[in-house]
Design a protein around this ligand. Structure first.
Ligand code: F3S
Length: 273
């Protein structure tokens, strides 16, 4: 069985930066407000190095707080600044770019629609600051009606697909909305998606490695399974030998928060099956 790896897979710039900043943080109590990134193995490693994940501002202790890669709202940032706590900002610059684009539209009074997952921390931070924003996972016309004939700022969560973003714009145009799209999907996402599709076309089966909460991993899996049977796994422990029956070639890709060590362990286990 041939095992092929996508040209680009695993840790992106923003995740690498966040993990490095968290590891370098020094002080009596190092905490992250929410999960730094969406990968359980990396979070476990950070915990073993003394970096605690805290779920609410009220639970933070004096010391240092590392801002997660998915960012926080300006409202939360202001609250943090009032505390006796050092802030290490590990939010990804591309996430901040999306936040700034939303702020720019909001300041001008332009309604905003964002393609993304409303329950994802990146989107929750935007909605906390701009509650009037509509977040849609699908370009559902019933929810878009409010923009009929109106000007609308169109954005996407950094980890969405270009395909869905284009579809959202077409749906809005079809109801006469005067769209003002801004490219907020990050390059790391686009590159990983293109490499996954390219590989999926060459193999019998794809394995997509990444945390269950990771939106960019989910999008890789969604795109890949449109081309070839695909399984989303977190680690080598999720591999099933039954998937490999009559499979000649397996493609491997991984979400932007998946460390190299996990990818290597999956490949090593595959070779034994
Ligand atoms: Fe940033 Fe894109 Fe990675 S938004 S965290 S570079 S997936």
């Amino acid at each position: 069985m041939k095992i092929l790896r996508a040209k680009v897979a695993g840790f992106c710039f923003g995740v690498q930066r966040a993990v490095t900043l968290a590891k370098k943080a020094r002080g009596q109590s190092i905490q992250t407000l929410g999960e730094l990134i969406h990968n359980p193995e990396v979070l476990e490693d950070l915990k073993n190095r003394g970096v605690r994940t805290v779920s609410a501002i009220s639970k933070l202790q004096d010391g240092t707080v590392v801002i997660r890669a998915h960012g926080i709202s300006d409202k939360v940032r202001t609250k943090l600044k009032k505390k006796n706590i050092k802030i290490v900002d590990a939010s990804c610059p591309f996430v901040r770019r999306l936040h700034a684009a939303a702020a720019s539209f909001a300041t001008k009074g332009v309604p905003i629609v964002i393609l993304g997952r409303a329950d994802h921390p990146e989107m929750r931070a935007v909605v906390e600051d701009f509650p009037e924003v509509l977040v849609v996972t699908q370009p559902d016309l019933r929810r878009l009606r409010r923009f009929t004939g109106r000007r609308v700022g169109v954005l996407a969560q950094t980890t969405e697909t270009a395909e869905s973003f284009t579809l959202l714009q077409s749906k809005l145009k079809s109801i006469g909305a005067k769209i003002q799209p801004v490219k907020t999907i990050c390059n790391a996402t686009s590159e990983r998606q293109a490499a996954a599709i390219e590989l999926a076309k060459k193999v019998d089966l794809m394995l997509i490695i990444g945390g269950r909460k990771s939106n960019n991993t989910k999008q890789l899996w969604r795109l890949s399974r449109q081309v070839v049977p695909s399984h989303w796994i977190e680690t080598e422990r999720d591999l099933k030998s039954a998937w490999l029956k009559s499979v000649q070639s397996v493609g491997i890709t991984a979400g932007a928060s998946t460390p190299e060590s996990t990818i290597e362990r999956v490949i090593a286990k595959l070779k034994t099956l």
